[in-house]
Design a protein around this ligand. Structure first.
Ligand code: UDP
Length: 326
């Protein structure tokens, strides 16, 4: 079996590539290293069943070749991270819409099976938790750049489902909820690596707003398990499936836990939302998935608690600080 992982040098993609190799698959990765890093796949490079290409998914002849060689396509390449989205909306829309359009068109020509990662961001600012896959999406106005990400991912979903219905293309769509773990970086806005690195450096932990907004965080290894099993589950074809954790926690509680687990004396600093990116920024109050569908399809049952997740991330970041070139 050969899988092509687009975005395979990214945080989630590199864990997926490694897990597939461990299961005896051949794995090809394409990544333009825009948010991914070659460091993420360093230890995979010498594996005999692994190859990688540093290029963009917009390179159509190259993508045609890579898709032709693969049996299964995991499409993870995307512009991600709230900071990046707000600061580079053109890139967000182009990569996420054009890129997916190219991938789907080529995959349909060769009739390969494809799994596309979407995002819990598509639920927008709905307060109707837990979010179910067929719930209405509640998005903000177009003057707020953040929503371009939700819209672009929603268009990807529409397009993938259109290929499924019209052309019988076997597609699976996964909406990922705040996936976290070692190697995730804070540069594009993600809260946990940012707060852990602040705690370890002794700088204030930046909590946006009053910190009462909640999320559910999922360990990246459990997300990768779900992606692998959904790809093999015939009943998942043509479905949109939430993949996320069940433990709802506020961002303030996360900051307090990080302080406690690192033994940091950093203070918690509350930053008004208006001062975070720009006046047009909007945050979500609560985000909790209904994961009944994933449970039914593949027995998905995330069990890694937030303390264990944080401990792993803290240990990794401490090791990196001690040996930055490793
Ligand atoms: N957040 C925060 N401090 C930071 C970065 C993020 O308080 O330094 C908040 C952010 O406003 C959001 C939550 O943490 O409420 C999760 O943010 P992230 O960007 O990780 O994911 P998303 O907003 O997509 O859930």
């Amino acid at each position: 079996m050969r899988a092509l992982v687009t975005g395979g040098a990214g945080f989630i993609g590199s864990y997926l590539a490694e897990a597939l190799l461990q299961k005896g698959w051949n794995v090809s990765v394409i990544d333009d290293l825009s948010t991914g890093s070659i460091k993420n796949i360093d230890r995979l490079k010498s594996h005999p069943n692994f190859d990688y290409t540093i290029d963009t998914i917009m390179n159509i002849p190259l993508m045609a070749e890579l898709i032709d060689r693969a049996d299964y396509i995991y499409h993870l390449a995307a512009t991600v991270g709230v900071r990046l989205i707000v600061e580079s909306p053109v890139r967000t829309i182009e990569t996420n819409i054009k890129g997916t359009e190219i991938v789907l068109e080529l995959v349909a020509k060769k009739n390969k099976k494809i799994l596309i990662t979407s995002s819990s961001e598509v639920y927008g600012k709905s307060n109707n938790v837990p979010f179910k896959e067929d719930d209405d999406l509640v998005l903000g106005p177009t003057i707020r750049a953040r929503w371009s990400y939700a819209c672009s991912k929603a268009i990807d979903e529409f397009l993938a489902l259109a290929y499924y219905r019209e052309k019988k293309l076997p597609v699976i769509i996964c909406r990922l909820f705040n996936t976290v773990g070692p190697r995730q970086i804070g540069a594009y806005g993600m809260v946990i690596p940012r707060l852990v690195s602040q705690a370890l450096c002794g700088t204030p932990l930046t909590v946006y707003g009053d910190g009462r907004q909640t999320r559910t965080f999922t360990d990246v290894c459990e997300v990768v398990w779900a992606l692998r099993h959904l790809m093999q589950e015939p009943a998942a074809i043509g479905e949109v499936v939430n993949i996320g954790g069940m433990e709802e926690i506020s961002i303030l509680a996360i900051a307090q836990k990080i302080k406690e687990l690192t033994g940091s004396s950093s203070e918690i600093q509350f930053i008004p939302i208006d001062e975070v990116y720009d006046k047009n920024f909007e945050d979500m109050g609560r985000r909790v998935p209904d994961i009944e569908k994933a449970r039914r399809l593949i027995g998905f049952n995330p069990h890694t608690g937030i303390d264990d997740i944080l401990r792993k991330i803290i240990a990794h970041m401490k090791a990196e600080c001690a040996n930055p070139s490793a």
